[in-house]
Design a protein around this ligand. Structure first.
Ligand code: UGA
Length: 432
């Protein structure tokens, strides 16, 4: 199939690269000319394992192209995915300006039947607006369909999530749209959930909101564990092995961050309010998440007593491992709280240092974990990168001013840390 992807951000690039890998001819479009130029050379603006290789390979075999022209893409492709950003406005609503602009630009260039698929995360009823916008701008008397095909990719493992999905959701309102999308997704051999457009839009928001709720739930449980000396890791395991609950997304820690959960929860709460429903449950999920950083901050304070003029070595800046993304990163939030209290910060992250330098001032960026530990009053684990699991703690102990580890991600065994001679504080587990 000939496929156009409008918006070459994280979702657009992954979608375009994976569809081309499966043998389709794909044009990825972006209005940022510099970005398009770099992409043509195979240089991608984000760190996503495997994506760069996939893009380079498919540019070479001529199945993947990059362009700044929506016109060229619309003329040559029957299926057009919209993957532009839908950032949050100040009131929490999703900003759909980009979607509207792209829909209008597609409409004026359509010279035959087109299937326009929304893949960006959008509030329910956006499909209706896309249809109205296209109808209002269309120049030639041609037929078209709108569909919704939400993505469920996690940063850091986007390619495997795309290639081996748990399910593929397609929201359609015509047989032609359904047939085209079924054909496109045939090679995946995955469960296809076919719904109407509004249900598909809601599946996306409801899924992200539910996952965020699991995280806030276990973080709330961690508070109780802390009080009574229970172990939240054991509680999560014991709960999660019940198939109705499931073990994933029950990891207590610094709370959720990233470009999706915080924004999507805000958008879901706001659209619910607009539709006359006060989504109290999600408001609580959000509040618990906001409070989680304060809870960890208090743990640091309780351990160090005075934070002012202390040096804290921070391991991890990205909002989660295997990405360089620091948007809404709990690590960055915590660093700012510590700086406000007068702490000096020495930080290290395997991928997110470059982006962090633009957002943080007064931080000493270190070339590795050991340099961050050198001379620090304590070591704070803020992102659970695999390389932090393998640290030589005998060496760390010698480098720190005092052997203290505050583990915001429950990476280590309390007993083991005690044996190594550390004062060790984690989340929802007995401090040692
Ligand atoms: C999330 C969803 O998982 C994807 O399915 C969805 O497609 C994507 O948003 C999106 O809407 O585009 P992502 O934001 O990449 O993906 O990251 P997650 O792996 O979901 O993690 C989100 C946050 O939750 C991270 O800060 C992570 O550290 C935190 N988290 C996750 C926990 O604190 N505990 C957990 O058990 C799991």
């Amino acid at each position: 199939m000939n496929i156009a992807i409008i918006g070459s951000g994280y979702v657009g690039l992954t979608t375009g690269a994976c569809f081309s890998e499966l043998g389709n001819k794909v044009i990825c479009v972006d209005n940022d000319l510099n970005k398009v130029d770099s992409l043509k050379k195979g240089s991608i603006p984000i760190y996503e394992p495997g994506l760069s290789e996939l893009i380079t390979r498919n540019i070479k075999n001529k199945r993947l192209q990059f362009s700044s022209s929506i016109k060229d893409a619309v003329k040559s492709c029957e299926v057009i995915f919209i993957t532009v950003g839908t950032p949050a406005l100040d009131n929490g609503e999703a900003d759909l300006t980009g979607i509207e602009k792209v829909a209008a630009a597609i409409a004026v260039n359509m010279d035959g039947y087109r299937l326009i698929v929304e893949k960006s995360t959008v509030p329910v009823e956006t499909g209706d607006w896309v249809r109205h916008t296209i109808s209002a701008h269309i120049k030639k008397k041609v037929k078209f369909d709108v569909a919704s095909n939400p993505e469920f990719l996690r940063e850091g493992q986007a390619i495997s999530d795309f290639m081996k999905p748990d399910r593929i959701v397609i929201g359609v309102e015509s047989k032609k749209a359904k047939d085209l999308l079924e054909e496109l997704y045939k090679p995946f051999n995955a469960t296809l959930v076919v719904t109407n457009i509004k249900s598909a839009e809601l599946i996306k928001h409801a899924s992200n909101a539910f996952l965020a709720a699991k995280i806030s739930f276990i973080n709330s449980v961690s508070r109780i564990c802390d009080q009574v000396g229970a172990d939240v890791e054991e509680v999560a395991k014991g709960m999660g092995l019940d198939k109705r609950i499931g073990v994933s997304f029950l990891k207590a820690g610094l709370g959720y961050g990233g470009s999706c959960f915080p924004k999507d929860l805000d958008a879901f709460v706001t659209i619910s309010e607009k539709l006359g429903y006060d989504f109290k449950l999600l408001k609580s999920v959000r509040k618990v998440n906001e409070e989680q950083l304060g809870f960890i901050f208090k743990k640091i304070k309780d351990s160090l007593w005075i934070i002012k003029d202390k040096t804290i070595g921070v391991l991890g800046l990205a909002f989660k491992p295997n990405t360089d993304d620091i948007r809404n990163s709990p690590a960055i939030g915590l660093i700012k709280m510590l700086q406000d209290e007068g702490a000096a910060i020495k930080a290290y992250d395997p991928q997110a240092m470059k982006k962090s330098k633009e957002f943080l001032s007064g931080v000493t960026f270190c070339p590795d974990a050991y340099s961050a530990a050198r001379g620090s009053d304590c070591l704070l684990i803020a992102t659970e990168w695999d390389e932090f699991k393998e640290l030589d703690f005998a060496r760390i102990k010698k480098l720190l001013k005092r052997p203290m580890v505050i583990d915001g991600r429950n990476l280590y065994e309390p007993k083991q840390m005690l044996k190594l001679g550390f004062s060790y504080v984690s989340v929802g587990r007995k401090s040692v």
